[in-house]
Design a protein around this ligand. Sequence first.
Ligand code: GH3
Ligand code: MG
Ligand code: MG
Length: 479
Amino acid sequence: MDSSKTISPSLAERYAVLLDTAQTLAMAPTPMALFAAVCGLVRRALPGSSYLIAICEADGELRPMHTEGPDEGWSSFCRETVSRLRVGGTVLEGGHAGGCILAVPLFHRDTFVGCIAVARPPDLPPFESGDTELLQAIGRVGALAIRSAALAVEAERRSREIEQLAAAARDLSASLELDAVVERIAAHAHQWVDAPVVVWLVEGDRVRVAARVGAGGVRVGEESRLPTELVTKMSSGGEGAESAADLAELLSAVHGWLGNGGAEGVRSTIPLVAGRQLVGLLTVGPWTREEDRDAVRLLRRLAPHAASAIDNARMHAELRRLSLTDPLVQLPNRRQLDLVLERDFAAAARGRALCFILFDLDRFKAYNDAYGHREGDVALLKFAEILRTETRTMNLAARYGGEEFAAILSGTGKLGGQMHAERVRRRVMREFGGKLTVSAGVAEYRPGMRTPIDLVIAADRALYRAKQTGRNRVCLADD
Ligand code: GH3
Ligand code: MG
Ligand code: MG
């Protein structure tokens, strides 16, 4: 006597289920309704406590699509049994608390589509061969519909992802400021994955923390050196960079550096490669949720957009730097001087001291005539270097134009300016051995001045006096 007879539906009922299957599947209006309908049929035919319909996804993983009843740890069940199911095997094994689980694979033609599983608690009789055959029969009838539904779900998920990706890529390309770009990358990643995020920028062989969201073992601004060889290999292009064995070495360095803070979960690092250049890294984790796996996959697809946004922002910064730098002497040019003077003049109007100095090389035309234009250029470079090293980094030394240079000393008055100009003048005497000299006019901000031009005119007048009274000297503006 088979004890299952007492709990299982009659043979006639089982056939009725099978006959109903095709019709039920044909009537399901949506993929999710279809999964629920299949599950309902299985429940009618095979009493149990929990049910699972899982789908084999494009990456070969088996994912729960629909479950009913208490969770039997279906996600890990799928991971552990997928290799057996894929080759057509039926799975019959112990479930929670002494129960048992029966799972059959679904095949459409020869393609592994997914599986149906039923869990039965210990107080019900164990599964028998008739149960397996019935489940297989339902699977055979339902496989095509389940496959189509799974494809529809997958297509919908992908189109949602494409929308998300497009929106994020648009957002990243909307800014040309590097700081804003890395902040946005971190914000998007954190929005998608429920875990700490760090954006690293690679500059030469250095890697620096550029943005961070959520708890993490590193601070923005921290940096470290990477083996140059590694960066070169990593920069070998998108796919190559991902698969390079060296990536593991790099990541373990970065991950070791991040520390784990005792947290469980997976940490993922995504290389940001623009062109053939490794421009940064994105680390997310530790993450634990199943849906974070999809989010990380999506982040990998965002990576090229993130990398090119970083690249563009850097290019923009470089162009801006070039447009503000004199190409011959590599000092800030007149344009940058005007910007800084505007800013410092406003601060001076609020009470901060400000000194402006104009330098003009003496009889430079004659110097050119005597030594040639090329030697003249060398002299300009040398003077620029003297001015640069004599000027503190908080101040500004600039090429004003031709053989004229300027210094803006913020927080300094006329006497401080005079000392600075004198130091420069004496060094020129020393380093050029008297063959070239410089004159300077020094002016400080006065409350009557209305615009920066007033300050420049005052310095120019002082310079004119230096020229008139013999050159190779520093003159102060009249009060
Ligand atoms: P002063 O003492 O009155 O300033 O005499 P000066 O000869 O220096 O003044 P002037 O304004 O007559 O001549 C400036 C010279 O600077 C003329 C110009 O050829 C030269 N000069 C300007 N820019 C450059 C440059 O980029 N390279 C070189 N080699 N010479 C330059
Ligand atoms: Mg001049
Ligand atoms: Mg001159």
